[in-house]
Design a protein around this ligand. Structure first.
Ligand code: FES
Length: 307
């Protein structure tokens, strides 16, 4: 399933970030969202503004029965519907004003990741099947569009895989496959002394499949024998004030031929760069990202025509 042409699903949290103990404040652009796990373990997502006096619900608490309670005047809301369920000290014969209902968002959880759509009635996305034990969350002071463009044009500016150098050479240009933007980039193992003399040897590649709307990217590092050395999901989401929040999960392959590949299994070989090299970013020439914009426009138009 692809995201263009409808309210997209965004990966807004790793499963372990959402608990029944403390509400989690996240956002999609200017839309603040509070998430928590109710007493059944189901993840709920509401607008992070209390319908009473607009206080952030994320500053409140989660009650034993799974409702979220505003920290200001103590009103409680049911996450499944957004309905106001309790006002402290209200008499039994008094009724709640229907006006006070929190905005609810659709939630899906699979593969250790929590997805949210701002359309509360959105059809569920396909489950994310692969179990990826390594994970992290990072925030980068770069807006989402620029972040995704940098990911396409030079992934080494925004992320790192231990021992791997991303080169500017593409094995396959950015193209569309099943609604995803796909490309494969030649990589090399880094040398102990870098920069090294130019070598035409590219023993590994990184294959990326990106959602054209959200920039959510499945990344596979593989060698020339197609052994999958490392797989990752990188999910950039536009956050408030021009920040991009990135959630990622990763796993190292079960077949790691060669000494350099086996080093990937030590610790956490994957990372998101929280500080971007601004000088390198400034001089980075748009290449794949420009092509990606064109493909995205075509996909969006095709989707609108089909609707
Ligand atoms: S602002 Fe939330 S209960 Fe009043």
């Amino acid at each position: 399933m692809t995201n263009h042409g409808k309210a997209p699903w965004w990966i807004l949290a790793r499963s372990e970030e959402v608990t029944g103990k403390k509400p989690l404040s996240v956002d999609i652009g200017d839309q603040p969202i509070v998430m928590w796990r109710d007493n059944q373990g189901v993840v709920r997502a509401l607008e992070d503004r209390c319908p009473h006096r607009r206080a952030p619900l994320s500053l409140g608490c989660i009650r034993d029965n799974g409702w979220i309670q505003c920290g200001y005047h103590g009103w409680s809301y049911d996450g499944a519907t957004g309905r106001l369920t309790e006002i402290p000290n209200m008499k039994d014969d008094q009724r709640f004003p229907p006006l006070y209902k929190a905005e609810r968002f659709a939630v899906a959880e699979s593969g250790g990741l929590v997805q949210v759509s701002l359309d509360p009635d959105a059809a569920l996305p396909p489950p994310i099947e692969t179990a990826m034990p390594l994970s992290g969350t990072a925030h980068v002071a770069l807006d989402h569009t620029q972040y995704v463009a940098a990911l396409y044009d030079d992934p080494g500016l925004v992320l790192g895989i231990r021992g791997v150098r991303f080169t500017p050479y593409l094995m396959s240009e950015l193209h569309e496959e099943d609604g995803k933007l796909v490309m494969e980039r030649s990589c090399q193992w880094t040398r102990l002394h870098w920069p090294a003399p130019f070598s035409p040897d590219f023993p590994i590649t990184v294959l990326t499949r990106s959602d054209p709307v959200t920039g959510e990217t499945e990344l596979t590092l593989r060698d020339t024998d197609f052994n999958q050395l490392l797989s990752a999901v990188v999910a950039p989401v536009p956050a408030a004030r021009g920040v991009t929040a990135i959630r990622w999960r990763c796993r190292v392959g079960s077949t790691l031929p060669g000494f350099r590949a086996r080093l990937l299994a030590l610790g956490t070989p994957f990372r998101i760069r929280e500080t971007i090299d601004a000088a390198a970013l400034r001089t980075l020439k748009p290449s794949a990202s420009r092509h990606g914009e064109e493909l995205r426009a075509v996909l969006t138009e095709a989707s609108a025509t089909a609707a």
